[in-house]
Design a protein around this ligand. Structure first.
Ligand SMILES: Nc1ncnc2c1ncn2[C@@H]1O[C@H](COP(=O)(O)OP(=O)(O)OP(=O)(O)O)[C@@H](O)[C@H]1O
Ligand SMILES: [Mg+2]
Length: 311
């Protein structure tokens, strides 16, 4: 249903054309789920923005993004507007930026229903109330008449989820949907997201720093580093093999590793304006040699590494 093939994005920075995504490829079947993980600046949000056609206008995009048989990179703004919110739902990190402080939450959830599905005011209001009820904000606890400032952060993100789901999209993209929330609320909101996606047979693209969440919520995982996918595959298989040294390092740095303390990854993510010539992870990698510094390793058997860690 979603096919991303050789996606490349470059942004002009200080008179220079700087690649921020290189050769990102993956597919998501109907009802499938994928997680994008990687350190800050690895290109996770860029990937999501490219799929939604929300890259900055000066971005230079290459490769292919096909969604339900359409070439999204060739679609005009009108076509993209019809797809966004209708066929592709989005949930971002900070719920307040997605909500209008001057509109009741019921009216906000009803808005896409009126715009995309052309429901009458009454029908949209009824469906909005049902959606709010489904995300745990029914009349008993909250209700459509409330305004965003009257809600907690977790409740606001539930409103955003209700909005994203309103038109029954085929694909839900959630970019760090819970990082602004308390740890205790994070798990509830993610569980709700995964549950609703499954219930509706929706595909889910989930961006998160939390490897524990990935292992529990999504069927496939893509590990990104410096604008490239370095390891990808079925979640259980990737976690079992962790063939790319970066995947290992990321896992070791994660507070979710059973037992032991998190071990931070030494060194820094490279500046995209000064990318090393070979594997971008080589300067931080314990296994790197001259070959790694000379050429970018191609993706082979789900791992882009000249010296993958053996099982
Ligand atoms: N508007 C922008 N103009 C120029 N460069 C940008 C812009 N937004 C992001 N970048 C660069 O693009 C690269 C990828 O950024 P992206 O936001 O996709 O990372 P990310 O993986 O989502 O990180 P995070 O975990 O911090 O959200 C980074 O090098 C970043 O500096
Ligand atoms: Mg991001």
């Amino acid at each position: 249903m979603l096919e991303v093939e050789g996606l490349t994005v470059a942004l002009p920075m200080g008179g220079q054309k700087v690649p921020v995504l290189s050769g990102v490829s993956f597919t998501l079947a109907q009802g499938g789920s994928a997680g994008l993980v990687g350190e800050s600046g690895s290109g996770k949000s860029m990937t999501a923005l490219a799929i939604m056609g929300l890259l900055p206008p000066e971005a230079q995009v290459g490769g292919q993004i096909r969604f339900a048989g359409r070439d999204l990179l060739a679609a005009d703004e009108a076509a993209l507007c019809a797809i966004r919110g209708r066929r592709i739902g989005m949930v971002f990190q900070e719920p307040m930026t997605a909500l209008n402080p001057l509109m009741s939450i019921g009216a906000q959830v009803a808005e896409p229903l009126r715009r995309h599905l052309r429901l009458s005011r009454a029908a949209a209001a009824a469906r909005a109330a049902a959606l709010l009820d489904r995300v745990g904000l029914g009349a008993g606890r909250a209700g459509p008449h409330l305004y965003p400032h009257q809600l907690s952060g977790g409740q606001r993100q539930r409103v955003v989820i209700a909005m994203a789901l309103a038109c029954g999209p085929d694909l839900l993209i959630a970019d760090e949907p819970t990082t602004a929330l308390d740890v205790t609320v994070q798990a509830q909101v993610l569980a709700l997201l995964a549950e609703l996606a499954e219930e509706a047979g929706m595909a889910l693209l989930l961006i998160t720093h939390d490897l524990g969440v990935v292992s529990e919520t999504v069927a496939q995982v893509l590990v990104m580093y410096a604008g490239r996918v370095v390891e990808q595959g079925a979640t259980a298989a990737v976690f079992a093999r962790m063939a790319h040294p970066y995947t290992r390092a990321l896992f070791a740095a994660s507070p979710h590793e059973a037992g032991g303390r998190p071990v931070p990854i030494a060194g820094q993510v490279p500046d995209p304006r000064a990318m090393p010539p070979g594997c971008a992870f080589a300067p931080r990698c314990p296994r790197a040699d001259a070959a790694c510094r000379a050429a970018v390793p191609p993706m082979r058997d789900g791992t882009a590494c000249f010296h993958p860690v053996a099982g």
